[in-house]
Design a protein around this ligand. Structure first.
Ligand code: HEM
Length: 415
């Protein structure tokens, strides 16, 4: 029998301390929300904020009621000037996969999965390791015995990887990173109309580049993912050039930004909890467990959106059709009903991999294995080459303002 639904609890005047765009330390407010208002209407962002584990997972699972179709639309509506830049630049993509819904999503994901094979990861692992070593060596060669893991190491590593996977030249790194920053700001940021315009210009350049990658792969095939997708299309798989370009548009963002953050957060968490760093240095077999615990306690994405396609119920609360929902995975991952002593960082935690940092259900992150592989290799090489790494004021590190992406501003280290 369906639960009897009630109205969402009216928020108290300070929203239990929850500030949707402030991510430096959102955890006390997450705990208060889970306890006092687990399905809270937030007037400032026009969304229901969902914080309990079972509720967040349940919404991810029920894609028919709670669609991802608006997951990539700008939080703040685009102003006229930015819209004109996009229209003039024939910017026509909206998502590679995550904001598509079945049957379109099922069809494209099936083709994408065929190209995204474990064989490609296997080939990449030694390449990732060599690049990690080279980045560590370059950081050490500066001779200051200090660095910033975010910019000196974690920034380039996943970008180089995804470029090799897709078949993008190295000299594009800075430009692609700039486009990724623009995409995050334009979609999940809190910008004025004027501030949106340069980012909109970047989106046009970014989209043109993705389309060109597809066109080029048809003329000059390579041993890479774009060529795999083009070949699958030629072999009769149903995927258009526009859909391939849109998938690349997704990967050239999702494929590095989130991993840069995961590596940075991993180093930060492990160095703050020094005993954990010592343990993985002594026994690298403990690294995969540590990565899961980092995902649970300091995931790259702390909140993701859904839209109610029809009337639904979450945690006993009526959610009318058309409502927007914010699924706070960062809060769900610290729900005591699922994780014992949830605020404790424990790299041996047996069920850490039940974290929701990659989502759940039909949109479960297609790159989860690649993200974890890179973070594992990064930690293997850092602990091997710089076991005496220390963090400077790790507890005081600030994170950028954003609704979804929790990115540290710097991860200063010494050795
Ligand atoms: C390492 C850190 C990463 C995190 C925390 C992360 C997180 C996520 C999340 C939360 C979703 C949305 C799930 C949903 O809507 O239900 C997602 C989807 C996706 N991710 Fe990741 N991701 C990571 C790495 C990657 C990498 C390395 C790639 C590609 C190489 C990637 C590609 C994608 C794609 C294409 C989707 C859309 C899947 C779909 O809708 O079917 N991600 N990811």
């Amino acid at each position: 029998m369906a639960p009897t639904a009630t109205e969402a609890k009216p928020f108290n005047k300070d929203y239990h301390g929850f500030e949707p765009f402030k991510l430096t330390n959102p955890f006390p407010s997450y705990a208060a929300l889970r306890e006092e208002a687990p399905v809270m209407w937030d007037d400032r962002i026009g969304m229901y904020v969902i914080t309990r584990y079972d509720d967040v997972k349940g919404v991810f699972e029920d894609w028919e009621t709670f669609s991802s179709k608006d997951a990539q639309s700008p939080i703040r509506p685009l102003g006229a000037a930015a819209k004109k830049v996009l229209a003039d630049g024939e910017f026509t993509t909206y998502s590679g996969l995550s904001a598509r819904i079945p049957p379109e999503h099922t069809r494209i994901r099936a083709v994408a999965t065929k190209a995204f094979t474990p064989r490609r990861y296997k080939v990449l692992e030694p390449y990732i390791r060599d690049n990690a070593d080279a980045l560590i060596d370059a950081m050490v060669a500066k001779g200051t015995n200090s660095g910033n893991i975010l910019t000196d190491f974690a920034y380039d590593l996943p970008t180089i990887t995804i470029f090799a996977l897709i078949g993008v030249p190295h000299d594009m790194i800075d430009l692609v990173k700039e486009w990724a920053v623009s995409r995050a700001a334009l979609t999940w940021g809190d910008l004025t109309d004027d501030e949106q315009v340069p980012h909109a210009r970047n989106m046009v350049a970014y989209w043109n580049f993705c389309q060109k990658l597809v066109a080029d792969a048809k003329v000059t095939p390579g041993d890479n993912l774009v060529t795999d997708l083009v070949n699958l299309q030629a072999a009769g798989e149903e995927i258009s050039d526009h859909e391939i370009a849109s998938f690349l548009y997704s990967l050239l963002f999702a494929g590095h930004e989130t991993t840069t953050t995961l590596i940075s957060n991993a180093v930060r968490q492990l160095l703050i909890h020094r005993e954990a760093w010592e343990q993985i240095s002594a026994d690298p077999a403990k690294i995969p467990g540590a990565v899961e615990e980092v995902l649970r306690t300091a995931g790259s994405i702390v909140a993701w959106r859904r839209t109610a396609e029809k009337d639904g119920v979450v945690g006993g609360v009526n959610i009318p059709q058309g409502s927007k929902l914010l699924l706070v995975m960062g809060a769900a991952n610290r729900d005591g009903s699922q994780f014992a002593d949830p605020d404790k960082f424990d790299i041996a935690r047996e069920n850490a991999r039940n974290n929701l940092s990659f989502g759940f259900g039909i949109h479960y992150c297609i790159g989860n294995m690649l993200g974890k592989l890179q973070t594992r290799v990064a930690l293997e090489q850092l602990t091997k080459k710089l076991p005496g790494l220390h963090i400077t004021n790790g507890e005081d590190i600030e994170f950028g303002d954003n609704l979804s992406f929790r990115v540290p501003l710097a991860v200063p280290v010494t050795w």
